[in-house]
Write a protein that binds this ligand. Sequence first.
Ligand code: ADP
Ligand code: ASP
Ligand code: MG
Length: 440
Amino acid sequence: MKVLKFGGTSVGTPERMRSVASLISGAGRNVVVLSAMAGTTNTLVEISDYLRRGNVPGAQETLNGLRARYAAVVAGLYRTAEAAVRATEALDRSFGFLARLMSEDFSQAEEKEVLACGELMSTALMQTYLEERGVRSVLIPALEYMRTGPEGEPDMRYISSRLRRLMEADADVDLWLTQGFICRNAYGEVDNLRRGGSDYSASIIGAVLDAEEIQIWTDIDGMHTGDPRYVENTRPVGRLHFEEAAELAYFGAKILHPSCVLPAKLHDIPVRLLNTMQPDAPGTTIANFPPDGTIKAVAAKDNITAIKIKSGRMLLAYGFLHRVFETFDRYNTAIDMMATSEVGVSVTIDNTDHLAAIVDELKEFGTVTVESDLVIICVVGDLEWQQTGCDFQARAVEALRGIPVRMISYGGSNYNISMVVRAADKVEALNLLNRHLFEN
Ligand code: ADP
Ligand code: ASP
Ligand code: MG
């Protein structure tokens, strides 16, 4: 059994849907996880924003545009009028729900239901298309098995038992279809696994079914050495260790949702990143590979704020760092990076919701300065410090000659060197690193 996840662009047009249908038909026992068609979740976010602000005409106009887009998809996808009618009826369950919201007060729970419509619609379209082609498949609604617990983490035992039971009902089937991204929370309300979360759905499903492989099908031939949206001459990386992939995903490589690696790693299930547009390209395999002493890729995390606490008095004295961390903890604010010296400690955060309150409290411990508009540039690979002749940190730092570096962190794990630079220098820094580290 394999789990195959197809992202938004992979199901973004009738042609792409047809290609996915060909890839998954007669391809063995597979669970296929679909995202919403490209652009849909963003449009649903827009509709929610209008409704939250009480701008019903804005919401209505955006909804009309979405409806027209799906009507065009239905017209382009199906050969028979009968399939088109069935697909339209299925879509109308979502469009009917959205239309009813135009006249009501809007709640936060409804916002989550609005966002769920994208995956409900893409899977309905695909299921009807497979039926039209005579391919037997069963649609398993994610809202009937995907659930998070009180802490917002997936409830793996519940998911495992529910999903297995739902699949047993059609034990003779080879192809199951389900929605990525969407779930119910501990209170039974519709919720989601956060933006880009279909990768996480696939990994959770792979883990609970003990799948042989998890395939993430997207619009690029695997994890590249750098983010191709900013960097020239990137190339795909053939193999990544789970830890390397986790670092890259966490530090901004959009191709993978940050939470997606862990369930696969815990169950030792290889994850392959593949390109729907180039199905024969080898892509990237993420697995428990032995160390190979190479730098694999560079990622960047945006919207970073650095906070420095300077204190001659108590720095590095017993309990000081604990009190600093405890302050961030109390405001549920995760620290990404830190650097310490005898007279100061600097940390970075990406969530500034409670920045003012945090700074206020930190002022008890010393002089506090805040710098924003920064990014973390993260060089990832098998960077074990004792490997002689590799000079990982020297090569990374050397590449950024001429760019001011606010902080450096190396040794937190064997897998990354992180450097904080100004957001304005991000693109240049990423291109310099790609040239120095990979173009030779
Ligand atoms: P999907 O809709 O299939 O989930 P995403 O847009 O979430 O696809 O992820 C694929 C995109 O990730 C690529 O098109 C690319 O622009 C971006 N990306 C960012 N960093 C990398 C990287 N290091 N390697 C490959 N793609 C990357
Ligand atoms: N459709 C969701 C999003 O756009 C989930 C996903 O594509 O992974 O965020
Ligand atoms: Mg994605």
